[in-house]
Design a protein around this ligand. Sequence first.
Ligand code: NAP
Length: 516
Amino acid sequence: MGLIPYKNEVYLDWSDEKNVSAMQAALKDVEGQLGGSYPLVIGGKRLETDGEISSVDPSNPSRIVGKLAAATEREADMALDVATGAFEYWSRTAPEARARIMLRAAAIMRRRKFEFLAWEVFEGGKPWNEADAQVAEAIDFLEYYAREMLRLKDGVEIYAIPGEESRYFYQPMGVGVVIAPWNFPTAILTGMSAAALVTGNTVIMKPSEFTSVVGAKLMEVYEEAGVPEGVVNFLPGYGSEIGDYLVADARTRFISFTGSMKTGLRINELAAKQIENQRWVKRVIAEMGGKDAMIIDDSADLEAAANDIVKSAYGYGGQKCSAASRAILHRDIYDEVLGKVVEKAGALKIGAPESADVNMGPIISEPQFEKVLSYIDIGKGEGERVLGEDPGDPSGGYFITPTIFEVESRSRVAQEEIFGPVLSVIGARDFDDALRIANDNPYGLTGGVYSRNRDNLERARHELRAGNVYFNRGITGALVGVQPFGGFGMSGTDSKAGGPDYLPLHMLARTVVERF
Ligand code: NAP
């Protein structure tokens, strides 16, 4: 297939008035569509249910973004049946044809970009630049995985012995259950589902209950792009009601999950149990939480380091698995860096992200808001709060200002994932101590070092325990095809989304040998 080489989608330039006007128009247009209803889509049929999910705007929780049908086990069962049936056809569809549908989905999403951004603002509470990066990432996943499928469609070269032909190639697996979190509602749901679809599997897409409208919009894109009925099924519902059922069912071939460690481990455990009629060992691709550290040593560019700590800690209010939640500062530069970080974080503008100049929006939901508050209380008992205020009444939006604690490395706020705008700052005696502190945590997703010391960088290259390690830059915002993303330890199965090893996780490798 003749295609231009893969390149990342260019981010929007917000200094261009045309983009600002287009965004304002999209916000107005989408605002007029708030409160709409979205059914399940199973086998191309739209289905209503007795239960309902109300997705609200976290900046203004009395505003309903959309009402979604909520699947029960009954509809989950239907979806599994339909996806099992559709696999017969889709698994035999040519890889090129599947790739073309993904490329068309990318083109449609690009055409609807401002609309997607606007939904992200209202449902996800994303500032414009964060929403843009996320939709660009979704487009990248579609473009990249389409090309990856073309690269892998005939298998890969292996050796043979004289008189024989040996072939090694991939084939689709079966029904994949794709379960997504709320924090990257377009990018992660698109990435996980596109990888499963382009490799010839059928998919049940379960978005997060907090961002299911964005999931419904992705379903529209897939339908318009020509994904056949039943090949992708849209199944919003509460994870607590349908999650176990989908994971445990014998028809499920694999689960592609991104979310918390707790849910990921539960899925892993349930999927491992063989039940009646089960004919395979289920595969689990699980990307989970993080407690990501940035080390700043005494040779670093301190101004640049402070800027990137603030960007990595407070981008999307720290609600990124990759967010810097621990800053480990060499004692000789501790006061200077902390001072800069406090000043820069304190200057961020917090508010409803409909406005272009907002740096940080709300926390996604009331339970998450309460969770972050409980950690702020814990932090007050464990160390000194050097930035942050107790938030006001959440009925006006789930806003929490940037918060910084000076704490010991074993304190709970420095060990457990909070998933909010809370940074723990920890002092280190020297680089050894800094590495030890960074690695003394069960997670291992992202990590960074700011240093001009070559020996320190070379050590961290191998010894900093994280799936994605970044030097002298921020630690969030992995680019598809450029920074394959996924974690070690309790951060997941290191599946490296957006990288060359990702698609084979969704396929069965087959060796066929013929003697002549
Ligand atoms: P979560 O509570 O674990 O939920 C994730 C998804 O799992 C949701 O769709 C949820 O449905 C569903 N779920 C809940 N219980 C389930 C069950 N028993 N079986 C199957 N599915 C179930 O996580 P979250 O709060 O949405 O997302 C934040 C977490 O995701 C953080 O820990 C963050 O670090 C992690 N994350 C990791 C990555 C990565 O690449 N490593 C990327 C982004 C986020 P409901 O919404 O209905 O509960």
